[in-house]
Design a protein around this ligand. Sequence first.
Ligand code: ZN
Length: 284
Amino acid sequence: MNKQLWLGVVGVVVGCFALPAAQAQFGDKPSKLSLVKVQDDLYVIHNDAVPGNTTALITNQGVILVDDKFEIDHDNIIAMLKTVTTQPVKYVINTHFHGDHSGGNAKMQAGGTLAVASAQARERMVAGKMSGLPDITIAPRGALYLGGKTAEIYWLGRSHTDGDVVVLFPQNRTIAMGDMYTNGEGTPQLIDYAGGGSAKEWTATVENALKLDFDTVVPGHGNVVKKADLVKFRDSTKHLTELITQEVKANKSKADVEATMRKEFGWQDFHVQMALDGLIKEMH
Ligand SMILES: [Zn+2]
């Protein structure tokens, strides 16, 4: 990918989380990774500075990954997996098109891995001239069966973008949410309007995810939590929609809405830049 397009993709990705100004070059150097064991056959690979997550289900016929970070993180992901399995990565599921979740695809594919995403996410990758286009799309649901284990993939509606999927590992009672749910300081809810995101529909989409049967939740960014935490997040998305709808109806200024988003929902400069106009427009 040429540099300009790459920077365009990074520009989108930067919006996924709160990024200190000093890290404006995010994606240009490898993140420091750490391995979190969730269960005997299920691991999460965290980043250091910006805690983006790759989830790995280990089977005796190969590994299923959810999200593969930036291309520059590929070798470190593979090295980390080698500490827990000799199996190759058979599939990587991209929860959405952003480069910090799909950037490793091309290198994975070169190693024989098949990439899977929603049809919408693939279309956005095509439009953005991103590398590593998914080999398989699902609409609205699909499943991978490998080594007696299952990864169920669900598109449940719009949220962070219009193409986010969640991945349920039924045997593990665990769900990987991508950026439909980001958890913790520095990872406020970001609505990527240019990527088809919607604050209004977000609550119903999370509600659909909550209907699935699981206990453990892997967020797109942040620490692994329990289903009750996702319920709280669902409530906060509802609160956001209600509060901002009220403010817009009361003809509050753009500055007032911005202040609310910063104070109540942890938005920082680039969240405001990326999503404030879209949010006000959507709540009208
Ligand atoms: Zn994202």
